[in-house]
Design a protein around this ligand. Structure first.
Ligand code: MTE
Length: 319
């Protein structure tokens, strides 16, 4: 992803991505080995947070039969190796900087091409449909991945409440804009608020998850509390966090990443090992916690469920 705007950065400042990824990987593994040898303490995610809502159980979560059986990443990995630029651009920033982020009260409004625009309180969202634990793979555009037990229900359950009109072709998701609480928004890393979007049929797809928790608990702040999207066949940045507004539109939204670097980030951003990012390969990925890279799967392994959404589209052109 971009850390600085292209105009602000001198070529000599750019570290080739592969080099710093390798350096970081080395440090992570060095840390893990030192820990195994009893030498070094890794940061403890649980002790870094104390606010209400941190590690709070969801009342009832039912298992989802199609969950992947792959080994899951740990709660500590999921909450401390994070992208949430509103709280800083380093992977470890959001855990530290989101400690006092207030997620109550919280509302999510749905507007635009709908017959019944409405604002939902977070308590309503928690009761709107049965919450399932869905273990999905998450593949970041930066070529790392995790396996995470999310909790939520299909976004379609929420959208049908507001009755989309026949003109609704796209859905836009807006993250909260509050630089007082989100210090990263004081930097012009991206244009705020963070905006993401899906085509209507993608948004209504049963895999697209309105996400309220992970590991059977309310969503931790670094992972987009109290409500975020998870779209498992797309690169992770399509899954906006801490959402306050959803807008149904006739025209394709200009998302934050497309606005920032259209040559690097397309609207669709389906996980596709054959379409490289201009600055690095997407053919392989590192599962956090593993040493060797693995092959990246088309649509992140969800091709059987979603490939038909793109029949007839040239996925090199619509990347
Ligand atoms: N949403 C907002 N609002 N801000 C962000 O910086 N980062 C995205 C996505 N959603 C991001 C965001 C990226 S790049 C990824 S890979 C996923 O969140 C990571 O989700 P996780 O950190 O909970 O695993």
């Amino acid at each position: 992803m971009l850390i600085k705007r292209a105009a602000d950065i001198r070529p000599s400042e750019i570290t080739p991505r592969a080099a710093w990824e390798d350096r970081r990987r080395f440090l992570q593994h060095a840390g893990a080995y030192a820990l195994a040898a009893g030498g070094l303490a890794l940061p403890d995610a649980a002790s870094a947070q104390t606010q209400p809502g941190w590690r709070e159980k969801l009342p009832s979560v039912r298992p989802w039969p199609q969950s992947t059986k792959e080994p899951q990443n740990t709660f500590e990995q999921v909450t401390s190796y994070v992208n949430f630029y509103e709280f800083g651009t380093d992977k470890s920033d959001p855990l530290k900087n989101s400690k006092n982020f207030r997620t109550r009260p919280w509302t999510l409004s749905i507007e635009g091409e709908v017959r019944k625009p409405r604002t939902f309180g977070i308590e309503e969202l928690l009761k709107l449909a049965p919450i399932e634990e869905r273990v999905y793979r998450l593949r970041c555009v930066e070529a790392w991945s995790m396996v995470i037990p999310w909790a939520g229900y299909p976004l379609a359950e929420l959208l049908k409440q507001v009755e989309p009109t026949g003109n609704a072709r796209f859905v836009e998701f807006y993250t909260l804009h509050d630089p007082q609480q989100m210090p990263g928004q004081k930097q012009a890393v991206l244009e705020w608020p963070y905006v993401e979007g899906l085509r209507m049929d993608e948004a209504m797809h049963p895999l697209t998850l309105l996400t309220l928790g992970l590991y059977g608990e309310l969503l931790p702040n670094p992972n987009g509390a109290p409500v975020r999207m998870i779209v498992p066949w797309k690169y992770g940045f399509k899954s906006g966090k801490s959402i306050v507004r959803i807008r149904l539109t006739e025209r394709m939204p200009v998302t934050s990443w497309v606005r920032s670097a259209p040559q690097e980030y397309g609207f669709y951003s389906n996980v596709n090992p054959k379409v490289d990012h201009p600055r690095w390969s997407q053919a392989r990925e590192r599962r956090i916690g593993e040493f060797f890279k693995r092959e990246t799967l088309m649509f992140n392994g969800y091709a059987e469920q979603v490939a038909s959404l793109y029949t007839g589209m040239d996925l090199r052109k619509f990347f």
